[in-house]
Design a protein around this ligand. Structure first.
Ligand code: PLP
Length: 449
């Protein structure tokens, strides 16, 4: 058997076994791995088959079952079979997707994927896009374009002259914005400490009456899909105000932007297409392998001004140059998996995936509320926040759920309340997974597990 055939068998066995193992690895499996990894590096090379056998023997049992249907922590999607297979083939190709001349196949496939994504998400045709590692980098990349455009309008060339002595850029964000945005703004030199915030309502949405505080040109960051509640900001009002003030509206839609792809949920992000840039993840709700984030920018020239590079040894042709839209130069061809996901699901399959996850979330909420526990959010999307009593009792239940291993849910604090967070983002989650998980959570909460 060839190495790759052996790998395929091992991977297949791992995936088939997911249903029958705890969602998080047994501590003993992690200890076994850690102990194995203490071995010093041999002077002699190790045969490839042995390396794979080691990884499978010690690594597979220590892997979290995020590829299964009962992992509800963070916001984690699986990888559909088509995307996993496409990823393997693309890795076999080992393309450098940064430059068209290095990989026409990667560049062409990514461009096709970009066109279809813009269509599926209902964004303005003609947007530029970037394939990056995740939503954190997608927001960072979008905001590179925002920084360029807003300073350019004031006659300042930020790429040439940097930020020393530049006109001050106002940055205004939702008070409940994801911390990755704050990190990105710091990395952009816009100053974590200089950010102004707009107050939010009980679901974590920017309050409409706060929007009038955007009274001049500013980079404004809002979100589609609050990481705790799944709620989205009021985009129509935001777009109107930011446009009237000659600013730039960026939307972090790491998972929530996918509501736009489902006719039943599109109203939740009404007006989002009027923004200037958008960040989302493909490794969350599109269920492609890590790492895969997407940035979309209405003003492609601003993005290219921020990210283009030239070198004597690089021939730029007439086709779209991938590295002109991303912070990186060399990178893997992550757009191949995105293209495969789009083909394999189709427009309808994406809508159904989003809808199915939302319905699962509703069933969790109904089951928990029916048993007398408090649901802290309006369950409009795929996120559920549940409190089992006071903070100590909620922590006790979270700990019990995690130890039980039927499913995995994490803790959070939302507006001062301790809660367990359930995020349903995987294509693999079935009705049975929800039933089993709900039963396990209720048994933990009632102390009968
Ligand atoms: C709303 C939101 N924004 C940004 C991120 C960061 O995404 P990533 O880890 O892909 O960079 C997340 C992750 O869960 C998120 O939920």
């Amino acid at each position: 058997m060839s190495l790759l055939e052996d790998t395929a068998h091992r991977a297949d066995r791992f995936l088939r076994g997911l249903d029958d193992r705890p969602v998080v690895p047994e501590p003993a499996a992690v200890s076994r791995l850690a102990q194995f990894l203490e071995r010093p590096l041999d002077d002699a090379p190790t045969p490839d088959a042995q390396i794979l056998a080691w990884l499978d023997e010690f690594g597979s049992p220590a892997a979290a079952a995020t590829q299964g249907g009962r992992y509800f922590g963070l916001v984690i999607g699986g990888a559909t079979p088509a995307t996993l297979a496409a990823s393997w083939l693309a890795t076999a190709w080992d393309q450098n997707a940064g430059l068209y001349m290095a990989s026409p196949v990667a560049a062409e496939v990514e461009q096709a994927a970009l066109r279809d994504l813009i269509d599926v998400l209902g964004l303005p045709s003609g947007c530029e896009g970037a394939f990056v590692t995740g939503a954190t980098m997608a927001s960072f990349t979008s905001l590179l374009a925002a920084r360029h455009a807003l300073l350019d309008r004031q006659g300042w060339d930020v790429e040439a002259d940097g930020l020393f002595g530049a006109p001050r850029l106002r940055v205004i964000v939702s008070a409940d914005i994801h911390p990755s945005l704050i990190k990105g703004l710091g990395m952009l030199g816009l100053g974590r400490g200089r950010i102004e915030t707009l107050a939010v309502d009980a679901q974590g949405r920017i309050r409409e009456e706060e929007i009038r505080r955007i009274d001049g040109p500013a980079v404004v960051c809002a979100q589609a899909g609050n990481v705790n509640t799944g709620a989205s900001d009021p985009f129509e009002a935001l777009v109107q105000q930011v446009r009237a003030n000659d600013g730039w509206l960026h939307v972090d839609g790491a998972f929530g932007l996918w509501a736009a792809a489902a006719p039943t949920r599109r109203h939740l992000v009404a007006g989002v297409e009027g923004a200037d840039s958008w960040a989302t993840d493909a490794h969350k709700w599109l269920n492609v392998p890590y790492d895969s984030g997407l940035a979309f920018v209405r003003d492609g020239a601003a993005l290219r001004a921020a990210c283009s590079l030239d070198a004597a040894y690089i021939a730029h042709g007439t086709r779209r140059e991938p590295s002109a839209t991303t912070p990186e130069m060399s990178r893997r061809a992550r757009g191949i998996e995105v293209w495969a996901a789009l083909q394999s699901l189709g427009r309808q399959g994406i809508a159904e995936l989003v809808d199915r996850c939302c319905l699962h979330a509703t069933r969790f909420a109904e089951g928990l509320a029916g048993a007398g526990f408090e649901i802290l959010n309006d369950v409009v999307l795929n996120q559920v926040l549940v409190a089992f009593g006071d903070a100590d009792e909620t922590d006790r239940v979270i700990d019990a759920v995690q130890r039980d291993g039927t499913c995995w849910c994490g803790p959070t604090i939302f507006q001062g309340r301790r809660a367990m967070r359930i995020s349903v983002s995987s294509y693999a989650t079935t009705d049975d997974d929800v039933q089993r998980s709900l039963a396990a959570i209720l048994a933990c909460a009632k102390g009968t597990a």
